[in-house]
Ligand binder design. Structure first.
Ligand SMILES: *Cc1c(COP(=O)(O)O)cnc(C)c1O
Length: 397
């Protein structure tokens, strides 16, 4: 490592709260699917800021749209209307099929809003304050108290107990485990359509359909967290569209702003008309003109650059190449995932391999101790896949 990089890292470790074990690199700039560190070393990026930079770095049209909005106005307030937010909401409704949008600053805040909307919906029905929410084991929904409360990993929750209360955990893809928890107090069932941090587990069609049926029968709200698996990653704009199981409330973030910190929770008109009203929820920054100019341009560019088509053409090739690694190395157990959201499951920790890949100019990340996760930009080509596999194969060997 260069002296300059070591200096920066030492400074960071003195000044930033140590809540991450960071990889030993200081990144400086990006271009397409590549990142460069402060010494100019080039890295092929198969993380994209954890499923954020879908359009690739330094996209000129995207950058120009942000610059133009900066020169107009960056922030006003949610007490006034602004054109970028109006346009972004209309475009987001179109691609999601949802009816009402609330913009947030992050994924966790989108989850908070979704949980509040679900509780309010139930409260308006029976006036009670004892409603329960069913979440999934191994889920991840964010680090704020509400989001943490529905996150199915006791390690993340334990030091911060008590949580918000009345949350129960079922097992993903085990409908009976959900049925066993449903009662008259249940107001919502929340899950990721494809679990991300918890190990890249896609929901099965039967499971999602079964949950939808329970929700319909009992007027329970289905909340789908599409923060990581959404925005085209599975080859559909939102992963639930592949299953044809529509949620009552959904969350989106990560690639929504392609780098500008934004999220949103959205709902059907039924929930919109029977949950949060003026005074119930708010945010200073959420949906500000800069953030919404980003969303609006991102959604335009998804169409213009045929992002879904690219995912659907490259993803099967990535799967094929990853499967070859599963066959070749007996310490790799399996591959699972959907579209450009894939995991290679090892029978041992993957940290060393990820560090080695970084040394060799390839950025990868784990999802749990034993899984390497692949969540690249959605503009990657088959050649990029070949380039990634060549480095990974070398590192594994
Ligand atoms: C990243 C993530 C979140 C939290 O989003 P933040 O923007 O980090 O708050 C929530 N749910 C899922 C599925 C995620 O992947």
């Amino acid at each position: 490592m260069s002296d300059l990089m070591k200096e920066y890292i030492d400074e960071a470790e003195k000044d930033l709260l140590h809540t991450y074990n960071r990889y030993q690199v200081v990144l400086d700039k990006g271009d397409g699917v590549y990142l460069y560190d402060i010494n100019g070393k080039k890295y092929l990026d198969f993380v994209s800021g954890i499923a954020v930079f879908a359009l690739g770095y330094n996209n000129k049209e995207y950058n120009d749209a942000l610059k133009a909005q900066i020169d107009k106005v960056i922030h006003t307030s949610n007490y006034y209307y602004n054109v970028p937010a109006i346009e972004a909401a209309k475009k987001l409704k179109k691609v999601s099929g949802m009816d009402r949008v609330f913009f947030t600053n992050s994924g966790a805040e989108a989850i908070e809003g979704a949980l509040k909307a679900a509780r309010k919906y139930a409260f308006l029905k029976d006036g009670k304050n004892d409603h329960e929410i069913i979440a999934m084991n191994h889920s991840f929904h964010g680090r704020t108290f509400g989001a943490l409360s529905v996150t199915g990993n006791p390690k993340y929750r334990e030091p911060f107990e008590p949580m918000i209360g009345n949350i129960k955990f079922a097992d993903m893809n085990d409908l009976d485990s959900v049925k066993a928890l449903v009662n008259d107090k249940t107001c919502a069932i929340i899950l990721e359509t494809v679990q991300g941090e918890g190990g890249i587990y896609p929901a099965t069609k039967e499971f999602l359909e079964g949950i939808r049926a329970i929700c319909d029968e009992k007027d329970i709200l289905l909340i789908l967290d599409e923060i990581q698996c959404g925005m085209g990653r599975t080859g559909y704009m939102y992963a639930w569209q592949k299953y044809g199981v529509k949620p009552d409330i959904m969350t989106t973030a990560k690639a929504l702003g392609c780098g500008v910190p934004v999220g949103a929770f959205m709902m059907t008109e039924k929930v919109g008309q029977n949950s949060l009203v003026a005074g119930d929820h708010g945010t200073t920054y959420g949906g500000n003109p800069l953030a919404c100019a980003a969303i609006s341009k991102v959604l335009d560019l998804y169409e213009k650059q045929h992002i879904l088509e690219n995912v659907n053409s490259v993803a099967p090739y990535l799967e094929e190449k990853l499967d070859e690694l599963v066959d070749k190395y007996d310490f790799i157990e399996t591959r699972r995932g959907s579209g450009l959201m894939q995991g290679l499951v090892f029978n041992k920790p993957v940290g060393e391999y990820i560090n080695k890949a970084l040394e060799n100019g390839l950025i990868l990340i784990n999802a749990g101790a034993n899984i390497i996760r692949f969540v690249p930009s959605l503009v990657i080509s088959k050649e990029n896949v070949d380039e990634m596999i060549a480095i990974l194969d070398k590192v594994l060997g």
